[in-house]
Design a protein around this ligand. Structure first.
Ligand SMILES: Nc1ncnc2c1ncn2[C@@H]1O[C@H](COP(=O)(O)OP(=O)(O)OP(=O)(O)O)[C@@H](O)[C@H]1O
Length: 228
């Protein structure tokens, strides 16, 4: 479980979050949705300690981000984007690194096969397409076996069958009891896989349980009607 209380953050004069509190349960997928530049990535960075949380508390399974930082980080996986991958290392190098650091029992070969990556597992990152790099990034999350996974726009650059494949992987991680917070602009996909959605608006999170609503209509209600 991830528990956040009293999180406030601003970049100089740009407020991003105002006294935000929430919990994410194990075995749940939460979507994080907002227009470009609102603060989704900033929230994910704050949760894992890449930006200072000042007076707030962020705990994973009761372990405090600030008091037990190393132990906290072992419970969590966040790699912001596939542009953070090492260009001269292969996909397999990245997966071996994650497996070792997170002391994970997850089998690399099985993960590669389940994502259909066999043909480029030994290829350097710099020779891969965007979609292939997105697969490599998701494979790193799976191999980490971390309890909490913060995933920033994983569906960018994916073709429809890869989107289906990623959605199946998210569901599988949910079945394994993982806690997923996934930012996305793909409202149809959010509707298909998320148990609840956080709409970030006016520095607050508007929490919507997924009861099968049309998520694009929910987005429009919150963000497009006032823009038009
Ligand atoms: N290091 C930084 N210094 C100053 N401002 C920043 C910094 N990083 C982000 N911002 C600003 O904070 C705001 C939120 O950015 P963030 O990247 O969190 O948005 P986002 O919701 O993830 O957007 P997108 O959907 O485009 O990825 C933006 O206005 C951005 O310009």
């Amino acid at each position: 479980m991830l528990a956040v209380s009293g999180l406030t953050f601003a970049f100089k004069r740009k407020p991003i979050l105002a006294d935000v509190s929430f919990t994410l349960a194990d075995g749940q997928i939460t979507g994080l949705v907002a227009p470009n530049g609102t603060g989704k990535t900033t929230l994910l960075r704050l949760l894992c300690g890449l930006l200072p949380i000042s007076q707030a508390h962020v705990l994973v399974n009761g372990i405090d981000q600030q008091q037990k930082h190393t132990q906290f980080l072992k419970q969590l996986f966040f790699l912001e984007s596939s542009s953070n991958l090492y260009p001269d290392l292969t996909v397999q190098d990245h997966l071996r690194y994650v497996k070792r650091v997170w002391q994970s029992p997850v089998d690399i070969g099985e993960t590669v096969a389940s994502l259909g990556m066999q043909s480029y597992a030994k290829t350097r990152i710099k020779r891969l397409s965007l979609g292939m790099k997105q697969h490599a990034l998701l494979a790193m999350y799976i191999v980490s076996n971390a309890q909490t996974m913060l995933i920033d726009e994983p569906l960018n650059g994916l073709d429809p069958s890869s989107i289906q494949q990623f959605e199946a992987m998210f569901r599988q991680l949910r079945e394994e009891g993982k806690t997923l917070l996934v930012s996305s602009h793909q409202m149809d996909s959010v509707g298909r896989v998320c148990d609840q959605v956080f709409f970030l608006k006016n520095q607050k999170l508007d929490v919507l349980p997924n009861d099968g609503q049309d998520m694009m209509a929910e987005y429009t209600k919150r963000f497009l009607t006032e823009a038009s």
